[in-house]
Design a protein around this ligand. Sequence first.
Ligand code: B12
Ligand code: SF4
Length: 496
Amino acid sequence: MLVKMNSIVLLNLKETFGHYVFHKQRSHFMPLSLLAMIRLIPQNYHIKIIDQQFHQHWEPDLVHELKKNPLCVGITCPSQLYLPQVIHISQFIKKYSTTKIVVGGTATSFVDPKYFLDYGVDFVVKGEGELTFYELIKSFEGKIPLSKIKGICYKTGSKIKINPQRPFINLEKLPLFDYSLLDLKAYHNAISFETSRGCNMKCSFCHNLIRPGWRGLSSDKTVKWIEEISEKYEASELKIVDDNFTSDIYRFKRILKGVIQKKVAIPWWSQVGDDLIKNCDKEMISLLEKSKCKRISYGLQTGSPRLRTNVDRYIPLKDVFKFNRKLKKTNIKIKYTPIMCLPGETEQDLKLTLKTIFKLKKENPNAEIWFLGLFLPLPGTKAYSEIVQRGYQPHSTVKDFSRRYKTYLPIFSKVSNIPEKRLKFIYLLSHFFWPTEEIKLKDFPMLLLKTYKPIAMYRLKKQFFDKNMLECYFLEKGIDLLLKKEKSKLNDLFTK
Ligand code: B12
Ligand code: SF4
């Protein structure tokens, strides 16, 4: 057996939830979380990234890597919806190897570590991973005691040890991501990139509420890195994954001006915030266009003024409409991300959201909606306290956890006054907002789904959700069919 003590295996999981059926038609996101958290690991370590998105048969690849006796396997878990997959894969790894399993990602700040540590994971990393992972590796080599590493949870005997929180890292001091660890062609050379962390807004349900504060790279460094990416990696597109690229609007403008002046603009996409809406004058539109902005994504959240105030979004909808009309005159697509099942949402609120969506689309053909996102209850946020007051009970076993997430139960229960069956139907229908012209009709269920689109749109526009029993059943089955392979493995876990 080949023994290479300094190798590390990293896993990126495939998205297997709801709208994934349409997502898989697009170019996949590269696992930037993994590229980010290994940035401080010295070059002499051999790092292998397995991205499940492209590995239909990831099991043999993983077993092959495990035979090389790596120092550890790192898995990224971006939301709690991935928990069953993390458990499934950890148990798979344990069958073949005694290597340590480390899990990090946004979800670890919200999921009780016992859900990971009781099911095969050895270390849970909370918060930013760069320094923590570096120190963990040193600890696996016997150079640092575990008790000294901030931001980790692990078991000593049957007890779970939670070390103190790690303070925020200085982003400016980190090196650029090493994209050469990935086969860029697999991602169509669409490079994911990060210029900041956090957000200057405070939506009541957001993950940023538990560690508030926005931090960004300086505009000079951002431009320098974009220049490097453009030269080194032949990027076709830059996916800027910041929670809110425009939190500091002056920095944002400096970055756009910088890439234009240096002639290094790459078609880009990012999530933007209210500051862009408030500052979208002629100069800004020109900067967006000249810097090759392709698409921006904006957290609409809800179209109900009452509910917007309730979730702490105070910019008036009329300003959003005005901004939307300004973009009509450009080639920039704007993707709105509405959410359903926010705490206290009534049928009237949801109808207002649908009305807003159709109005935005009517006033600007460049406006896109992909689907209605579902409110995710995140412990520690204001919205979470609100649903607990309404009678929501957190899950207590992994089976309960998986079952609820699989059937959307935590989201549909106790949050709104709309009957669950109707909510589910509206949620399924909303998947048809997805711009289906981009869908390649490779398989039969996809063709059926596309054929159903006009009916879905009619129902959503007219807000006609009655007499839906059969449709709801077939929609769910259609989506399940497309997800069959991924889900069949996970179903074992749900029934255990
Ligand atoms: C790209 C993206 C996606 C992509 C791909 C996910 C992926 N694998 O990256 C897609 C489109 C699939 C996606 C889907 C969803 N997403 Co998303 N997504 C993002 C986004 C925009 C960027 C992720 C990223 O690359 N971040 C940059 C990296 C550097 O940050 P990071 O992931 O936090 O990584 C750091 C640490 O967490 C840690 N770390 C991460 N992984 C690991 C692993 C190890 C081993 C270690 C040691 C450390 C570590 O170290 C890193 C460096 O410090 C984030 C927003 C954001 N800015 O993070 C939302 C975000 C993660 N998504 C979110 C949500 C809600 C979703 C959806 C549920 C949306 C929906 N309603 O359907 C779905 C989930 C579907 C599912 N099956 O679970 C939320 C998560 C909130 C939460 N706690 O649950 C976020 C934070 C957006 C937000 N503001 O609300 N998403
Ligand atoms: S705009 Fe998005 S990232 Fe910012 S606080 Fe709201 S949900 Fe969070």
